[in-house]
Design a binder for this molecule. Structure first.
Ligand SMILES: Cc1cc2nc3c(=O)[nH]c(=O)nc-3n(C[C@H](O)[C@H](O)[C@H](O)COP(=O)(O)O)c2cc1C
Length: 334
């Protein structure tokens, strides 16, 4: 039983753990009163990693490792299957260290999901002597098409029992990425990726970056609530203090998009995307796809339907027939 992942899920549902300001609100589309296309023509299809998805939306990895997580992952898998979009699972550390929780992740294999993303943390890769073998097992566990290595040093710094060793991380990422045939992406978890870090990542064999920026779920806030529960008032206060730490997701996308695309890498924007308009904004400023996590924790199926309809509606109202055109859509930034 993985108490930590259970806490993360419960706290995300029950407490306000969002960053104080959502920077997607600073971007607006210029409305096109004469779009000169029919809405029926709008094509949101996204092809990447050799897969075809109905839209450039990914259910970002959240959970696994305890009994109730199986149900959550299955609910998310049903949505991914129904709408033919990509999906990630949460950190698979629990199942790699204890076989009994494998099913809470592998249950998604019963669904026809076009793109599955395995997940492990860079701090754990640093700890494990058999990191490449563990990474392969994580991929095998959910028959993944992509492996996400997450960077979460803000969270680790606040977490009472956090892993605070970051030395040697880039080399480890390269060791794993160069040893696997499955594409590897690097994903931040709420503090964003700068241009300087993207340039260093471009030197490795990874296939993409999920900027995982600040604007939505704050892991500093989640760990503050956990620290409170554990009676550690110092880490609790530290967590609240760092709640808004990081590079806002849109800023991170704009920083890294050209660098990544020049290196042939995919850019995913996760962090604070609440709806299909935010997702469209992410693509208009340079991302290839948008990741959404906490938005799908409740009433996910209906929310996804609205997300996809809103994305299509934005494309219609800006006269964009496909994602390539959406990348060129006119926006204004306040
Ligand atoms: C309950 C919960 C658990 C998460 N666990 C993981 C994880 O294990 N690995 C990971 O890479 N990201 C994890 N994340 C981060 C999300 O994938 C995403 O990057 C972040 O929540 C920002 O997206 P949002 O603002 O749409 O929630 C988790 C998020 C939540 C809400």
């Amino acid at each position: 039983m993985n108490e930590r992942k259970k806490d993360h899920l419960e706290i995300s549902i029950n407490e306000d753990v969002n960053a104080s300001y959502n920077y997607w609100d600073d971007i607006e589309f210029v409305h096109n009163a004469l779009p000169e296309i029919d809405m029926g023509e709008v094509d949101t299809t996204w092809e990447e990693f050799g897969k075809k998805m109905a839209a450039p939306i990914i259910i970002a990895g959240m959970t696994g490792g305890f009994e109730a997580a199986k149900e959550v992952n299955e609910e998310l898998a049903k949505i991914a299957e129904k709408f033919q979009i990509g999906m990630g699972v949460g950190s698979q550390r629990a199942a790699l260290e204890d076989e009994s929780s494998v099913e809470s992740y592998s249950a998604i294999n019963n669904y026809n999901i076009p793109l599955k993303i395995a997940n492990i943390g860079a701090p754990q890769l640093l700890e494990w002597k058999d990191a490449v073998e563990k990474a392969s097992k994580a991929i095998e566990m959910i028959k993944a098409d992509v492996l996400a290595i997450h960077l979460n040093f803000l969270q680790e710094a606040i977490q009472v029992e956090g892993d605070r060793n970051a030395k040697g991380c880039l080399d480890k990422i390269q060791e794993v990425a160069s040893s696997l045939s499955t594409p590897v992406i690097v994903k931040e978890t709420g503090a964003g990726i700068s241009k300087e870090v993207a340039l260093r990542l471009c030197e490795t064999d990874i296939a993409g970056i999920d900027v995982g920026g600040m604007s939505g779920t704050s892991f500093a806030a989640i760990e503050a609530y956990r620290a409170k529960k554990m009676g550690d008032s110092v880490q609790e206060e530290l967590g609240y203090l760092f709640k808004d730490w990081g590079i806002p997701t849109p800023v991170s996308v704009m920083e890294v998009a050209d660098v990544c695309h020049d290196a042939g890498m995919v850019v995913i924007a996760t962090g604070g995307i609440r709806n299909g308009i935010d997702a469209a904004k992410a693509i208009a400023i340079g991302a290839d796809a948008a990741g959404m996590a906490s938005a799908f924790l409740e009433d996910g199926e209906k929310k996804m339907e609205v997300v996809l309809k809103a994305l299509k509606t934005v494309m219609f109202l800006t006269g964009c027939k496909n994602l390539q055109e959406l990348k060129e859509a006119e926006i204004w930034i306040s």
